[in-house]
Ligand binder design. Sequence first.
Ligand code: KG4
Ligand code: ZN
Length: 354
Amino acid sequence: MDKKIICLGIESSCDETSAAVVDSERNILSHVIYSQIPEHQKYGGVVPELAARAHILVLDDVIRRALADAGAGISDLDVIAATAGPGLIGGVLVGWMGAVGIAQSTGKPLVAVNHLEGHALVPRLKNGGTDAAVEFPYLLLLASGGHTQILLVNGVGKYEMIGQTLDDSAGEAFDKVAKMLGLGYPGGPVVEKRAAGGDAARFGFPRPLCDKPGCDFSFSGIKTAARTLLEKEKATNDQRPMTNDFVNDFCASFQAAVVDCILNRVGNAMRDPRVIAAAPRMIVVAGGVAKNAAIRGGIERLAAEHGMEYGAPPLNLCTDNGAMIAWAGIENYLAGRVVAGPVAPRPRWPLTEL
Ligand code: KG4
Ligand code: ZN
């Protein structure tokens, strides 16, 4: 058997500063996540400049704790990996330059990880998706704050886009609707919680593109419908605060529309000739929105209907985290994809351009 490899992974592309130590036998040896959410909450969303400054303040400590929890020193590491994009460029620069510093001072190999590839590969970590390793090729629904895509994952660095959003991401729709309702940031978890107590049939949200063939998404119409419905409610309700029932029903109706759209598109993807030709055994969900139980449950049912297996990372590996970056670091290192010269971090970096 090949020698076991140990990788330090650093994530700083949005509002989590995270570092983890992961080994090539798919184990997470340590995992530290410092969430900046409380610092951004009062602004109703992530403020890029504040995020970058907060990453600077905590990065050293987060890395030190990850190493200490793993019982490892820097000399024990075989590889250093960090997110080099896509994301908020100020934050990406902080984590990336930290990783470059460690790699250059120790002479260790460095991997520039695409953040989306971190989400895409994390189901292959032990207990990341199923008990068995998730094998290539697999079909992936990647739904996060910035992206909503269906991909065929053919291997490390080998992604085929089957469908993607034409406008907003699903996560953005959750966040915007929560903001409209005054539910704070991030929107996904609170909308899901309120939806659990609501009547999904009360409000008629549209299901954009669902009557059309294809695998692309569109969520902006759902967002506009939310704004229109809320304006109507405010006008007819003489500007009185929204009742709990109203908010719960609104969240339930909105979430049902998003879930229907996602299931419709993933169902089409399972019948897509490119997917049928690749014959993936498994559909896997990833990204922050994949924490949503209605989406997870829906995809699991769809998988059963299509004779596919279903995999989903545990909830703490769906939202941004360092373990997924460390794991993508290991997979890339083993595939020989290490940094050979200067790398400019990228705010935009599609998975199809690795
Ligand atoms: O993957 P992630 O942590 O960050 C990005 O790479 O964008 O995803 C964050 C997104 C946010 O839009 C958040 O509202 C959404 O994931 N999210 C959820 C849930 N938990 C987080 N959306 C729906 N239901 C949830 N339970
Ligand atoms: Zn992410």
